[in-house]
Ligand binder design. Structure first.
Ligand SMILES: *Cc1c(COP(=O)(O)O)cnc(C)c1O
Length: 343
């Protein structure tokens, strides 16, 4: 099976399976798991932060960040399309008791204006604005440049806000921008990234920030039931991910670009090639012979898994490349698609 639905479908590599078998472990809730400690140490170092916390999922990492940065009744600011707002089941409201002010990013990032106009005045009528949530890359696969990150961060800090970065795929952003991840992560107080996506680890994300922040975040993880015992068994996969899988992201991006280019050559397939910056391809399909259900089942019969439309008004489809999708897989995908359109 070739799975174009997401990079979360990636399987642990042989090196990861070997590392799991050999993992040295201990009780991480007591801080006794050397493998978890090593991964947290590596993560903090790579992001240029003082400390890190290993968490079971990216969602938990983002939510712990919100819980740690805010107080009940606060308001946070986030992109209307962000994962934190759209895809975390409203957890910010349940777990942190905060409201959210969402912003449509007309310029593709939080400009000084976008932030200032959303900060509440110091008045008994209003909640207190305490946190800005950024995302890089964004859910549309596009990155924020270093200058854009800097403007958002500096504006937020000048107005007393904390800044959390959802960097689930921060290595994809760094690869596209051709910078060290530290250069991106310097413009936030906390950053979450996933080892379970394009980096192929089976489970896990890391939340990074100051030592004082991570100390408080550790208690929040316990509250959520995210304290794991011999978690080194999975943490070693994160270590292998950081040691061996980052360079593969470049290939994923090349494959995404190749797929986008091939799709754009098909009549009634609209691809905005400028949008293809990372490993995600977005295409609007208005082909007369195209139908969501029959397309999915045709591809499935040919060992290719795809999602249905992510937007049924614009008829937008998302295809994701990752370790397990090669250049030749893209050719196969295009062949099967053409076969379907010419049926
Ligand atoms: C996947 C993802 C998350 C959450 O990760 P899970 O491990 O699935 O909870 C958060 N933010 C973004 C942008 C993501 O793509």
């Amino acid at each position: 099976m070739f799975d174009f639905r997401s990079d979360t479908v990636t399987l642990p590599t042989d090196l990861m399976r070997k590392a799991m078998f050999e993992a040295v472990v201990g009780d991480d809730v007591y801080g006794d798991d050397p493998s978890v400690n090593k991964l947290e140490h590596m993560a903090a170092e790579i992001m240029g932060k003082e400390a890190a916390l290993f968490v079971p999922s990216g969602t938990m990492g983002n939510q712990i960040a919100i819980m740690t940065h805010t107080q009940m009744g606060d308001e946070i600011i986030a992109d209307k399309e962000s994962h934190v707002f759209k895809y975390e089941a409203g957890a910010y409201a349940r777990l942190s008791g905060v409201s959210i002010c969402t912003q449509v990013l007309e310029k593709g990032y939080f400009t000084e204006n976008d932030i200032i106009k959303n900060i509440r005045a110091d008045d008994a009528h209003f909640p207190r604005t305490s946190l800005l949530c950024l995302e890089n890359p964004k859910t549309n696969g596009m990155t924020l440049s270093i200058t854009q990150m800097k403007e958002s961060y500096e504006t937020a800090k000048a107005h007393g806000l904390r800044v959390h970065l959802d960097g689930a795929r921060i290595f994809n952003a760094a690869c596209y921008l051709e910078v060290d991840v530290k250069e991106i992560a310097q413009y936030c107080d906390s950053v979450m990234f996933c080892v379970s996506k394009g980096l192929c680890a089976p489970v896990g994300s890391l939340l990074c920030g100051s030592a004082e922040f991570i100390k408080r975040a550790r208690r929040m993880r316990k509250i959520l039931g995210g304290g794991m015992r011999q978690a080194g068994v999975i943490a070693v996969c994160g270590i292998v991910a950081l040691e061996t899988m980052i360079e593969n992201i470049k290939t994923d991006h090349e494959n995404a670009r190749y797929l986008a280019q091939e799709l754009s050559k098909i009549d009634h397939f609209d691809v905005n090639l400028d949008q293809i910056q990372t490993n995600m391809v977005f295409v609007d399909i208005h082909h007369p012979k195209f139908n969501e259900e029959s397309f999915i089942s045709h591809m499935l019969k040919n060992e290719i898994k795809v999602y249905g439309a992510i937007n049924r008004i614009t008829n937008t489809y998302r295809f994701v490349t990752h370790y397990g999708i090669e250049h030749s897989t893209i050719d196969l995908f295009i062949d099967r698609l053409k076969e379907y359109l010419n049926r």
